[in-house]
Design a protein around this ligand. Structure first.
Ligand code: 3HC
Ligand code: NAI
Length: 685
């Protein structure tokens, strides 16, 4: 059956797309739409057209899988121009998400109606491009620059009700019977003298001149979020063109900018990120018909930094949560932090007061482990100590109902050992959240040796329900993310002894696009994590810093000095300590370029990533990229560590690793998989 079908409702032609899963505007859809418009034009009995979609959504955009392939006509701009040029009014009937090219189709229509649950947006910027089918020119003409600019530059969709307020949607209609509502709307406009044509509208476009402060002010508010990305600035340029140029020239400008971006590395990287996130949801060895176990009630052990944040995820998503602590004081503190976090979010407009109370109403604090008996899932977030964890698993196994899932939030420890303490190892796995757990999108799901497929699938399903991006890892020390962090930290420490300063090392990574460098990270986490105060003998730089109470941000000083607003500055005291250790080491002192620092820090991570792949701890290289982008703020526009390695060339990575090892007088420990791929000219992705 054709992906586009037409049927007549009296004088209205209803054009329906059926291209699962998201009605992407692939070639067949575009050709079908063009044919349908020709059919409408050629039939005198037809006086109006409705365009709608079957399935879960209106057109979700261009078909991203076609990018980078030779184009086959008709192009999307041609199809949209044909819709707009129709003498007979065309109505877009929107449900689900009208995104990217999908919204551009709707903008080409003369009218737009939508169900209240629909969302509309131009998310192209998130793929490193800009709307390339007239969106940057039509949207500002329809809703004005003040509304259009944030939609185009941030890529965030807006709900139908807001779209109604700003004139993007003409009418909100009932969720059921959308096509019929479209036909009724179409009938109501037949016979009108003029139908609005987006590209010809001039009523709103003049409201903000292109040289006004508005653009600079807007840039300022978005700067932190958009740093390093190329597409947002191109989006701004295109919107300015919509103000300054006639439509036809504005469109030319848009196309020129689109062409440049779509062939660039950032767009390739961001497309990789899009598909990587979706690929991560597919797990080897899990048959499609594997059941998802019911989870209604969640138990959490430990109301510390992680336990509280983990609880918030489930509370926000509507799950009943019982949280357990050892002492009343810790329990009260944990619960009050949860409430404070919700209230802070409410003050920022992210929650209503009602939502806060609803979430808090779902929380049951307790000191009695027996209260976890009827939980469907229990996650422990107690101290990172194997004996403590084992004890917890043994006890939980005796108390929590049979079949319930028992999970550990451990950062590094062996989940198989914890599972072995129970009589239900098949129901045990790791759920490794990232701090702050209510904010960070990543969830590493640790598949233990005996974890049953249904348990794994249930965890994947839950991750989606609480808004996380889940990646499956095997059992190894530190799993995917923290395991790759270790060689980076080691490389950073080694460079200190050869003349690099912490702030130079950090800068190389923040310039690359990471939110912080290794020493800033240490200061944030606390230098005394794992430091043995009783046995500290000034043997390492870290020992000395801790001994002098330079234990990081929490003591006001660590590798950096901090002012009362936690702003860091380089420390003379630290420099002197480092110099002393460097002198003792006998290593040659030299100046490192920022490029070299970056390679010395990041190449060992790639090497470790390759080992993770070789050992089967990650299923695919793109899973590693997904971990680093969502858990550690690796710049998405580079595609993640493994994709970045591909773009610079694996042979260059191997050569770099060898050179760095030689410079430090060490044997290079290069992963065979990496070396083989480099030799064959292959890539990870
Ligand atoms: N092209 C090709 N495939 C797409 C696609 C697209 N635009 N959008 C989604 N898919 C695929 C996904 O890869 C996934 O495939 P899989 O099942 O094989 O993994 C499948 O459709 C379902 O997608 P999701 O898992 O993301 O489904 P959700 O229901 O969670 O989300 C969605 C639906 C909100 C529509 C989400 O898929 C999405 O945000 N899609 C991308 C939207 C977008 O970026 N559009 C702009 C495209 S660029 C453009 O239009 C250029 C134009 O200006 C010229
Ligand atoms: P934390 O010290 O802030 O909280 C641990 C809490 O567990 C304390 O409040 C303690 O009283 C409680 N607790 C200890 N034993 C208990 C028991 N038997 N029953 C009930 N409560 C008990 O520690 P944090 O940082 O929250 O870490 C918890 C776990 O999460 C650790 O395994 C850690 O490795 C992991 N993790 C930590 C991250 C971080 O950034 N802090 C990130 C990801 C994982």
């Amino acid at each position: 059956m054709s992906v586009i079908t037409t049927r007549r409702e009296g004088e209205v032609l209803v054009v329906t797309s059926n291209n699962p899963p998201v009605n992407a505007l692939g070639q067949a859809v575009r050709a079908g739409l063009a044919d349908a418009m020709a059919e409408a034009a050629g039939d005198d009995a037809i006086q109006a057209v409705v365009i709608c979609c079957e399935g879960r959504t209106f057109f979700a955009g261009a078909d991203i899988t076609e990018f980078g392939k030779p184009p086959v006509g008709p192009s999307l701009p041609e199809v949209i121009d044909a819709i707009e040029a129709s003498a007979k009014p065309v109505v877009a009937a929107i449900h689900g998400t009208a995104l990217g090219g999908g919204l551009e189709v709707a903008l080409g229509c003369h009218y737009r109606i939508a169900v209240a649950s629909a969302r509309l947006g131009l998310p192209e910027v998130k793929l490193g491009i800009l709307p390339g089918a007239g969106g940057t020119q039509r949207l500002p003409r329809v809703v004005g620059v003040a509304e259009a600019l944030p939609m185009i530059v941030t890529g965030n969709p807006i709900p139908a009700a807001q779209a109604g307020k700003i004139g993007l949607v003409d009418k909100l209609v009932a969720e059921d019977g959308l096509a019929e509502s479209g036909v009724a709307f179409a009938r109501s406009v037949i016979g009108k003298a003029d139908h609005p044509v987006s590209s010809k509208r001039t009523d709103k476009i003049g409201e903000i001149p292109s040289d006004s402060d508005f653009f600079d002010e807007f840039r300022k508010t978005q700067m932190r979020r958009l740093k390093g990305f190329e597409a947002p600035e191109a989006c701004i340029e295109a919107v300015k063109a919509a103000i300054d140029l006639p439509y036809e020239e504005g469109v030319k400008k848009e196309r020129e900018l689109f062409g440049k971006l779509v062939t660039g590395t950032q767009s390739k990287a961001l497309r990789h990120v899009f598909f990587a996130e979706r690929a991560a949801a597919k797990i080897d060895g899990i048959p499609a018909d594997t059941p998802v176990l019911p989870v209604k009630k969640v138990g959490i052990l430990g109301a510390g930094t992680m336990g509280g944040g983990i609880a918030m995820n489930f509370l926000t998503a509507g799950y009943a949560v019982t949280i357990l602590e050892r002492e009343q004081e810790a329990l009260d503190r944990g619960v009050s932090i949860i409430r404070k976090n919700y209230e802070r979010s409410a003050a920022k407009g992210r929650f209503t007061a009602d939502q806060v109370e609803r979430a808090m109403g779902l929380l049951t604090p307790t000191l009695d482990m027996n209260d976890l008996a009827d939980c469907d899932l229990v996650i422990e977030a107690v101290f990172e100590n194997m004996d403590v964890k084992k004890d917890v698993f043994r006890k939980l196994d005796g108390i929590v109902k049979p079949g319930a899932i028992l999970a550990s939030n451990t950062s590094y420890l062996n989940v198989d050992e914890m599972a072995a303490e129970t009589k239900r190892p098949g129901s045990v796995l790791g759920l490794h959240f990232f701090s702050p757990a209510n904010v960070m999108r990543l969830l590493e799901i640790v598949r233990a040796a005996k974890t049953e497929p249904a348990v794994l699938k249930t965890a994947m399903d839950l991750a989606k329900k609480i808004g996380k991006v889940a990646v499956v890892s095997g059992v190894c020390f530190g799993f995917i993310g923290n395991r790759m962090l270790s060689p980076r930290q080691r490389a950073a420490q080694a460079m200190l002894l050869q003349g690099a300063k912490p702030w130079d090392v950090d800068k190389a990574l923040t310039d690359f696009g990471m939110p912080m460098g290794p020493f800033q990270m240490s200061d944030l986490a606390g230098l005394d994590l794992g430091w043995d105060k009783a046995n500290s003998k000034s043997e390492t730089i870290r020992d000395v810093l801790c001994e002098r109470d330079r234990r990081g941000q929490k003591t006001g000083k660590g590798f950096y000095d901090y002012d009362e607003n936690r702003r860091p500055s380089p420390s003379k005291e630290v420099e002197a300590i480092i110099d002393e250790f460097a002198a003792k080491s006998g290593l040659e002192q030299r100046v490192f370029s920022q490029d070299e620092i970056r390679e010395r820090l990041l190449f060992p991570m790639i090497n470790e990533g390759a080992k993770i792949l070789e050992e089967g701890m990650a299923q695919r290289a793109s899973d590693i990229d997904t971990v680093w982008i969502n858990g550690y703020g690796w710049p998405a526009y580079t595609g993640g560590p493994m994709f970045w390695a591909d773009t610079i060339g694996l042979d260059k990575v191997v050569a770099g690793l060898k050179a760095h090892a030689a410079a430090s007088g060490a044997e290079p420990d290069i992963c065979k998989l990496l070396e083989d791929k480099a030799a064959k000219g292959e890539t990870f992705n």
